[in-house]
Design a protein around this ligand. Structure first.
Ligand code: CA
Ligand code: CA
Ligand code: CA
Ligand code: CA
Length: 348
């Protein structure tokens, strides 16, 4: 029994909701869970069956990994009998080539039912039912074969409840890819850097793709994309077009990442923070070397410092080639940028 639950939040919102149409269906995989999806309406009207059509719909694409029964309960979050969910199940070749195999458009109030749950099960014998008072909200489970693809359209003609889907059958779906665990020595995907573009406005360009190999890990055949909203990352829409030079619009800012299997379309999502940090944290504020006899006296408390070695110790993040760290003997000189000390410095 492969059973798991995921939630879709049907929020009343007025952004265009791409998953209302076949072409932009959400792909269901393994333990993929969806939260905070914003959807409303039906996009293009693509359904006319079981005496109904799309009202507030969600298209879900299901790739079958192992043969078995496809059986599910669609469970409204609210048990109010006025909350009416319908569904239409198609076998799928392409969006121009879908064949309806099940639908139920029974209205639980009209049919005098005691529950607003709808779906498929093994005890029903009918395959199509509805609308209104016709049926009992359940039709026969479907025998599915590995490699097949199905499209489940969940529609909410009445009510505004969120809902979950419980998969009860023996068929399994493809496993989603993973956000790879971080390798030793790396503790976060967060990127904080200085505002070094010459305009001190807490906004600067970030190369988000520096995280791509970390997110992929050893996985092959997967693609990584970045988004500014969680909903977009879940739906795979509005991917950032230039993630190698993304300019933050708030500070800090959450970036959402989606890793998707190129073949199965299965995906996983995560997030990390980027931010502008104009405070340069010093790794240390003291640096010492041993006195030596290079100046003719190994015990006079004076010696020659290699300032690059000092930088590597005090500013390890800035010690790489391409960065310049200058040292001064007074605060005023540092602020004015005058009389920096030389690359080697003999303390006096
Ligand atoms: Ca539609
Ligand atoms: Ca119904
Ligand atoms: Ca029935
Ligand atoms: Ca800036």
């Amino acid at each position: 029994m492969n059973k798991y639950i995921f939630f879709f939040l049907l929020l009343i919102s007025f952004r265009s909701a791409a998953q209302t149409d076949c072409l932009d269906a959400v792909v269901v995989c393994g333990n993929t869970s969806f939260e905070n999806l914003e959807l409303n309406g039906f996009g293009n009207q693509e359904i006319s069956s079981c005496g109904s059509e799309e009202h507030n719909s969600l298209w879900i694409k299901i790739h079958i990994q192992t043969s078995g029964t496809l059986s599910f309960d669609i469970v409204p979050e609210s048990s109010d009998i006025d909350e009416d969910f319908d569904f239409f199940l198609y076998s799928y070749i392409s969006c121009d080539d879908i064949t309806e195999v099940r639908c139920s458009t029974t209205n639980p109030v009209s049919a005098g039912l005691s529950s607003n749950v709808t779906g498929t099960n093994n005890s029903e014998t009918d395959e199509f039912e509805g609308p209104d008072l016709n049926g009992d909200s359940f039709v026969k489970a479907v025998d599915v074969v590995a490699g097949e693809t199905y499209m489940l359209v969940i529609d909410r003609p009445f009510g505004n409840s969120n809902f979950s889907v419980q998969w009860n059958g023996t068929a399994t779906f493809n496993d989603p890819p993973q956000i790879a665990p971080l390798p030793p020595g790396i503790t976060t995907l967060d990127i904080f850097q200085c505002d070094a573009d010459g305009v001190p406005d807490d906004s600067t360009a970030f190369n988000l793709t520096q995280n791509t190999p970390l997110i992929k890990g050893s996985q092959t055949g997967v693609s990584v994309a970045f988004y500014t909203s969680q909903s977009d990352s879940l739906l795979g829409i509005n991917e950032l077009s230039a993630p190698n030079a993304f300019v933050n619009t708030s500070n800090p800012q959450t970036i959402y990442v989606r890793v998707e299997n190129d073949l199965t379309e299965c995906s996983a999502t995560s997030e990390f923070q980027i931010g502008v940090n104009n405070e340069i944290a010093l790794a240390a504020n003291e640096f010492a070397i041993c006195d030596d006899a290079a100046d003719g006296n190994a015990s006079n408390g004076k010696a020659t410092f290699n300032m690059q070695n000092v930088s590597a110790f005090v500013f390890p993040a800035f010690a790489s080639p391409g960065n310049t760290v200058q040292y001064f003997l007074s605060q005023q000189n540092a602020e004015d940028g005058v009389n920096p000390i030389a690359a080697t410095f003999y303390n006096t």
